[in-house]
Every structure is written in structure tokens, then in C-alpha cells.
Design a protein around this ligand. Structure first.
Ligand code: CA
Length: 225
């Protein structure tokens, strides 16, 4: 077997680092309902990682028989964001901090690849995970034309880190995120922090699925060698 040359771990954010998916699910379900679109909590988890506009279009196509207009998309996404901001404070996912510290200690770069477009992103990362991430190694909703499941976000993550697909690994929690990472040709670890079955993540292409960060932490040294 040839020795691996892993230099970086690319981390998704929502559901991997922050326990924010419950709030996103609640906000989406309520915002869509207020705008005459039906979206279940499971729908939110199945579509996690898609851009806001892409998600709204998908449901409008099926239920309205047309794409949403830009104004409709902007309005529904604003309602969703407003509801999200009223929900309880989001905490880091259990064990994420320990994984991040271990990854740094192993001398690997840490890259963020998120579909989120919150302006306070780096501030929030720095507050919860000090010294782990830097602004030049982040791909956000502002950087990409195509959201997940398109490979563009993870390809851009590799580009920002100056690495090839074989020099990185991804940590994801969602099927579309896994598809995006695998589309970029990167070994993909899924941590199943949500309600979907492991099978959904394997079917999306995950190379390995862990039930939580503690299990990932234990396996990590073996995975990067
Ligand atoms: Ca995620």
C-alpha cells in the first residue's frame, strides 16, 4: 500500500461543528408553511447543504409548478432567517472541539466548506474553537456559484488550501454534502449527527460513517496514515 499524504481536513459547519440543524429544520418548516409550501423536518435534513434559493425552487417546482421568483426567494429566506434567529442559542456539536484540536496537533490544515452565508461566521468559529480556523481557508455561500451537492464548494476548498483531492479528507454530516465532497474526488468521512439512517450517507457515497465525534476521534490517526 502506498503511504497517504493527507495535509488537510475540510470541515462542513452546520451539523458537523455546530448543533444547528434542529433550528434550521424548525425555521424552514415554519417559513415554508407561511408561504404555502410544505416541507417536513426530514425534507430539511435530506436537502441540508443546498443553497436557500435552490431549496425554495425545488419545492416551488413540485408544489407550484414553477420556480420561485427572486423576490419570493428573498422573502421566504428572510422569513426563515428571522425565525432561526428567535430559536434557542446554537451550541457546538459534542466532541467537535476535541476532533479539531487533534487535527491541529497532527499538523493538518483546517478548512471550512459551508453553504452558510452568515457574516459573523469567522467570529463565531473563533469564539467556540479558538485558534483553529483562518479567514483565508474558508469557503462560504459568498464564494461559490453552485451550492452542494455540486462539487464546486469542495473543489474551491482544495484550491484555497493549495492541495489535490488525494491530500485531503472531508468531514460531513449530510447526504448532499457527501455527494459534493465525493464529486470533488475527496475521501469523505460522515459523522451522523442527525436523524437520517447511516444508509442514506453511505448511499450518497460516504467512505465511512461514524455515529459521533468521539468515534471519529478514536479512528482518526488510522485514517490519515
Ligand atoms: Ca452539514
Amino acid at each position: 500500500m502506498t503511504k497517504k499524504d493527507i495535509r488537510a481536513i475540510l470541515f462542513d459547519m452546520d451539523g458537523v461543528l455546530f448543533d444547528s440543524m434542529k433550528n434550521h429544520a424548525e425555521a424552514w418548516v415554519r417559513a415554508m408553511k407561511e408561504n404555502n409550501l410544505t416541507m417536513t423536518h426530514e425534507d430539511v435534513y435530506m436537502n441540508e447543504g443546498r443553497t436557500g434559493g435552490g431549496t425554495i425552487d425545488l419545492f416551488a417546482q413540485v408544489q407550484w409548478g414553477r420556480n420561485a421568483t427572486d423576490e419570493e426567494k428573498e422573502y421566504i429566506y428572510k422569513v426563515k432567517s428571522d425565525i432561526f434567529n428567535t430559536l434557542p442559542h446554537v451550541e457546538p456539536v459534542n466532541g467537535a472541539w476535541e476532533v479539531l484540536k487533534a487535527v491541529k496537533q497532527m499538523g493538518l490544515q483546517r478548512v471550512i466548506v459551508t453553504g452558510s452565508g452568515q457574516k459573523s461566521l469567522l467570529e463565531r468559529l473563533e469564539k467556540n474553537f479558538p485558534g483553529i480556523f483562518s479567514a483565508d481557508l474558508m469557503v462560504t455561500a459568498f464564494d461559490v456559484k453552485h451550492g452542494k451537492p455540486h462539487p464546486e464548494p469542495y473543489l474551491m476548498g482544495l484550491e484555497k488550501a493549495g492541495l489535490t483531492a488525494g491530500q485531503a479528507m472531508v468531514v460531513e454530516n449530510a447526504p448532499l454534502g457527501v455527494q459534493s465532497a465525493k464529486g470533488a474526488g475527496i475521501y469523505t468521512i460522515a459523522v451522523n449527527t442527525g436523524p437520517l439512517a447511516d444508509e442514506v450517507l453511505y448511499n450518497a457515497g460516504a467512505d465511512i460513517v461514524f455515529p459521533n465525534h468521539a468515534a471519529l476521534l478514536k479512528a482518526l490517526p488510522g485514517l490519515i496514515r
